[in-house]
Ligand binder design. Structure first.
Ligand SMILES: *Cc1c(COP(=O)(O)O)cnc(C)c1O
Length: 230
């Protein structure tokens, strides 16, 4: 299957899952997770109609940006970002989806302020409290947002999560629903500089479930580009 065929199939599946959930398919963005795929592959996916690209590693981001790989769509950072690399990412991507600690939030805020910009971010939630994954605990989010005014160069646009892989497909619904519920609570509180219009959840194996639970952005890699060769 070509990249274009894969994107077409995924878009049809997005529409099916959205309509089944009583949602408008237009409310779900397809973010291509482009890690380990080269500029030619990224361009094919963009031509096929993906909505944005998500890159995991700073080095790949910088390399592909120098080749104009992402022309035509926004580029987001979706991988773990080390604080010593924020300079290479802040102001260079539309959204940093993977803000996973207060320390990183602080570093991004400082760099954005230095550049005189406001950086859009998502807060990454470690929804199942897994040791192997980074991200904020659900209970950390409201206390953090109460202090978000301390980070004036940051605008929080939503939440991102990577729930555990579940054997039974509907088992993951409880994780996706927890994130959705958190986003509803956040919206109700009307924090300054916080506008939770993006719920980034769902990947190649579980995006239909994520859409059923309210996802507005799915991050899909292997289902578009084929398996990655590490
Ligand atoms: C790689 C990656 C994805 C996509 O994973 P697939 O299973 O290949 O769809 C999504 N989100 C993040 C953060 C990733 O690193």
């Amino acid at each position: 299957m070509s990249i274009a065929e894969n994107v077409a199939r995924i878009k049809a599946e997005i529409a099916r899952a959205a309509i089944a959930a009583g949602r408008d398919p237009k409310d779900i963005q397809l973010c291509a997770a482009t890690k380990m795929n080269d500029t030619a592959a990224v361009r094919e996916a963009i031509a096929a109609g993906i909505d944005c690209c998500g890159e995991n590693r700073v080095q790949e981001l910088t390399q592909k940006q120098s080749e104009n790989a992402y022309e035509g769509v926004p580029i987001h950072f979706i991988g773990h970002l080390q604080t010593n690399k924020v300079k290479q990412v802040v102001g260079k991507v539309g959204i940093i989806q993977s803000i996973d600690s207060l320390r990183l939030l602080d570093a991004v805020n400082k760099e954005a302020a230095r550049q005189g910009i406001c950086q859009d971010v998502l807060l990454e939630i470690n929804i199942a409290g897994e040791e192997s994954k980074s991200g904020f605990a659900v209970e950390d989010i409201h206390p953090l947002l109460e202090k978000i005014g301390d980070f004036p160069a940051i605008r929080v646009r939503g939440l991102m999560a990577i729930p555990p892989i579940c054997q039974i497909s509907t088992e993951n619904h409880k994780f996706f629903q927890k994130i959705y519920n958190l986003s509803v609570d956040i919206t109700a509180k009307k924090y300054d500089n916080v506008c939770v219009d993006i719920l980034s959840m769902g990947m190649s194996g579980d995006y239909a479930d994520a859409i059923a639970c309210g996802s507005t952005m799915i991050r899909v890699g292997s289902a578009i580009f084929g398996p990655r060769h590490y």
